[in-house]
Design a protein around this ligand. Structure first.
Ligand code: ARG
Length: 568
């Protein structure tokens, strides 16, 4: 339910509750009734049992009577059911609330986080490697969390923590210097880069000496050799062009690229600080910080002096706090990096950075494909994101050609629907669980899919095009709702809290689930209530609901980074 409705109700009923309770505390108790027949909003009273020394059903009944006596004008009915108070609102009140909600320039946006800054790291692929489905998750979950934070009033800095440093770049430089003539870097830079990477690893398996050459090159790179740096820069640029192409399709945007290399000149200082804090220990020639529990120690410096992934993440965390001034520092990566981030956070804690509590690792599960074998970029067997997007778009094109052969801009619509389907399938999943990848489910236009949600909005738009009466600016003054209409209104009014909850738990799937419910609710409204009828006032009222539904679906999909076509 909309925040304002909870505020209004909590302010009115506060006086019948025991002293000391605040309006905010009451607001936090409101929930969706277990049984929607019972009311529009419900509140458990179990928390009062100890204070009032009475059984919850009795407390609920007493409070219910007192609330009824208040004569609150916007309430239709207050009832109590086994320890819960249930509220039903007057129709005209809900109509007013809906109108204000739809009229507000930015539907569902609130200002809670205002003046707070969130730095969020998402996407962050590794130079020379095509993005795989893991990066799809890191990109779309991250962007959705970013959108949610913005909806809550946060200032957001989206970071691309590009994997552009480490010994593999020494290997790549070596491979490039020795084999570049075998590849078409001119016309197919990124593909050549990847192929040379795969070749290096294949050859190094037969001839391990190559790894030594690579390590030596990386030391030269770390020492700042200009010629080697130039080659490395070439790799970074070729890769970014490729990533940006894919992110443009996914609607993913970053504010800053701060690759791992960005921190290379801060690492000596960092290591000094760790040493001064008495945390650095020597272990088999390398330097580590131990964890004081059964986790393995965090590797800070290799025996040859080279830095590691964790070293760069430590420097990066400090940069995010001290230079970017974040209040929240969020990392979106797979669950396979759980240990890594827990180690990094522990080292920061041991260095007495109390802001480590503002850092969080938002993890996600893996994709499960049938019979695809294990993924490994080194052997060139990964499942590339771009191929999946292209396949999806092709398949959607086929479906549209069958269903709606006269559609004019098929290419454009297929891109929106095909890419949207992949994103929706990903985000509809509780991020922590693995995602099953099944084309039939992803592209099922009448199932719980992205195309289904888009199609519902498209149908709304088509009704509005057909109507001879324009959508009214204001909700027509005939707010007696039929059951299906009321259900739709209540669903629409739940959008705002859905965003708040999704942000609070970093779970974009709440928004996806909400949209599916909204579509269901709309579809049963559509089946039961004729929208375009001979009664102009009734038509206006229903058109208003159709338009409101279309707007909320479009906004909700935008939060998930999915576009809505005009027709499909
Ligand atoms: N480049 C890493 C990968 O592809 C992800 C980086 C995540 N961010 C970070 N600060 N470590 O797995």
């Amino acid at each position: 339910m909309k925040l304002q409705i909870k505020e209004k109700l909590a302010s009115e009923i506060l006086k019948v509750f025991p002293e000391g309770l605040t309006r905010t505390q009451l607001m936090a108790l409101f929930e969706k009734p277990k049984n929607e027949k019972h009311g529009h909003l419900s509140m458990p009273v179990f928390f009062l049992a100890a204070t009032l020394k009475k059984a919850p059903p009795i407390i609920a009944k007493d409070l219910c009577e007192k609330i009824s006596e208040l004569g609150i004008t916007f309430l239709d009915e207050v009832t109590s059911v086994s320890g819960f108070i249930n509220f039903k609102f007057k129709s005209h009140f809900l109509a007013d609330e809906l109108e204000q909600f739809i009229k507000a320039g930015a539907i569902g946006l609130t200002k809670k986080g205002e003046a707070k800054k969130m730095v969020i790291d998402y996407g962050s692929p590794n130079v020379a490697k095509p993005m795989n489905v893991g990066h799809l998750r890191a990109s779309v979950i991250g962007q959705a969390l970013r959108n949610l934070a913005e909806s809550q009033g946060y200032e957001v800095v989206g970071l691309n923590h590009l994997g552009d440093w480490g010994v593999q770049f020494g290997k790549l430089v070596w491979a490039y210097q020795n084999w570049k003539q075998d590849y078409d870097f001119e016309n197919q830079p990124f593909k050549s880069l990847f192929n040379i990477y795969v070749r290096f690893h294949a050859e190094a398996e037969k001839n391990p000496e190559l790894n030594e050459f690579g390590a030596a090159k990386f030391r030269e790179l770390e020492a700042g050799d200009p010629e080697i740096l130039e080659i490395w820069k070439l790799f970074v640029d070729m890769s970014l062009v490729e990533y940006d192409k894919i992110w443009a399709r996914l609607g993913v945007k970053h504010d800053l690229v701060r690759g791992e290399s960005f921190y290379s000149d801060q690492l000596d200082d960092l290591i000094d600080k760790i040493k001064e804090a008495g945390l650095l220990e020597k272990s088999e020639g390398a330097f580590v910080v131990s964890m004081d529990d059964d986790r393995p120690p965090c590797l800070i410096q290799k025996s040859d002096g080279a830095s590691l992934y964790a070293t760069r993440d430590l420097a990066s965390a400090i940069y995010r706090k001290e230079v970017l001034g974040c209040d929240l520092n969020v990392y979106v990566t797979g669950v396979d990096q759980k240990l890594h981030f827990s180690q990094v956070f522990t080292v920061l804690e041991k260095m007495n950075y109390d802001w480590v509590s503002e850092c969080s690792h938002i993890m996600f599960g893996m994709y499960r494909f049938k019979d695809s074998g294990k993924m490994s970029t080194r052997k060139g067997r990964a499942i590339f994101l771009e191929d999946i997007l292209n396949q999806s778009v092709e398949k959607v094109k086929g479906i549209i050609q069958e269903k709606n052969p006269d559609l004019k801009n098929i290419e454009e619509v297929a891109e929106i629907v095909g890419v949207g389907a992949i994103i929706f399938n990903d985000l509809a999943n509780d991020r922590i669980k693995d995602v099953d990848f099944e084309w039939d489910k992803i592209l099922n236009f009448s199932g719980n899919s992205g195309p289904y949600v888009q199609y519902t909005a498209v149908r709304c738009k088509s009704i509005m095009r057909k109507s001879t009466i324009p959508v009214p600016e204001r909700f027509p003054s005939m707010p007696q709702f039929e059951e299906a209409e009321l259900d739709l209104v209540l669903r629409l009014l739940n959008y705002e809290t859905t965003l708040g909850e999704a942000f609070k738990h970093s779970k974009p799937n709440y928004v996806a689930a909400y949209l599916l419910e909204l579509c269901q609710s709309y579809n049963s409204f559509y089946n039961k209530c004729k929208v375009l009828s001979d009664d102009p006032r009734l038509t206006q009222k229903r058109l208003y609901l159709v338009d409101a539904t279309q707007k909320v679906i479009t906004e909700g999909l935008k939060i998930l980074n999915i576009k809505t076509p005009e027709q499909m």
